[in-house]
Ligand binder design. Structure first.
Ligand code: ZN
Ligand code: ZN
Length: 266
């Protein structure tokens, strides 16, 4: 078969597979369940997961200006990033926090659907968004370990998955594709454990949140984190109590630096 014929055949085959997929797994809005017309929609983009009507609540990328430390978004016309007042007064244990999105609009609906209603198809979308943010904010850093914030064993068993891990499951593959070489970091899901069954943080103020999480994490393997730059991954960062408590435990047991990348930041 000539090279041209082969290329033609492969393209026909790809198109057929796509049509078959659309037939077997039609796109449905994760929020309201209506069918989404797949024409003109790039697979795995936000438009492939939410209908036009639901998308009206908006989709907000994490853009400057924000706090260079905690990533708090400034809603003013001053475009320069700078350190926010709370960070000047009481610095976080985390070296810096960056996000893929602002925690508002459609993503505020999407994250609970993913976490509590097992709409796991969203993992691919979240992973793509998170990886783009990783490239933007962390690709120039020497990172040793990427670590999804662990859940308590019982909670993970009940839910069936750790949402933070699902969002970085294919990070190595994505990295390899982007840079044509394997990354220097490893994904670590075992060195840190959550040993305290905490109350849901919703409805708590900052101090209550901190108290709720006190001593919630335990370093299981000190050797692997010793002198390492660890990038924590989580879905949402509001007051940052969870990530910060995890960072505290890691730093106390020898980590060099702890940073965070989250899907959405308030
Ligand atoms: Zn919808
Ligand atoms: Zn700040």
């Amino acid at each position: 078969m000539s090279k041209m014929n082969k290329i033609f055949l492969v393209s026909i085959l790809k198109k057929s597979i796509r049509l078959l997929e659309q037939f077997l797994y039609p796109l449905k809005c994760l929020k309201c369940g209506v069918y989404i017309n797949p024409d003109m929609i790039e697979p795995d983009t936000i438009e492939a997961f939410f209908c036009e009507h639901c998308m009206k609540s908006g989709f907000y990328p994490f853009d400057p200006p924000f706090c260079t430390k905690c990533g708090l978004k400034f809603h003013n016309s001053f475009k320069e990033n700078h350190i926010c007042e709370p960070c000047l007064k009481a610095p976080l244990k985390l070296d810096r926090v960056r996000a893929a999105l602002e925690y508002s609009g459609i993503i505020k609906d999407a994250i609970p659907l993913f976490k509590y209603h097992s709409k796991l198809s969203a993992a691919k979308l979240f992973e793509n968004l998170l990886f783009q943010a990783f490239l933007q904010y962390y690709s120039s850093f020497r990172i040793d370990i990427i670590m999804p914030v662990p859940l308590h064993r019982e909670k993970q068993r009940k839910r069936g998955f750790n949402q933070a891990f699902l969002m970085i499951r294919n990070f190595k593959k994505l990295y390899q594709k982007e840079f044509e070489q394997p990354p220097l970091w490893e994904i670590d899901t075992t060195s840190l454990a959550r040993i305290k069954k905490t109350q849901p943080q919703t409805g708590f103020d900052i101090d209550q949140r901190k108290n709720n999480l006190k001593n919630a994490f335990k370093v299981v393997n000190k050797k692997t984190i010793d002198n390492k730059h660890i990038l924590l991954i989580d879905d949402v960062f509001t007051t940052g109590a969870t990530c910060n408590e995890a960072a505290g435990a890691l730093l106390k047991h020898g980590a060099l630096k702890v940073t965070a990348l989250v899907l959405a930041r308030t």
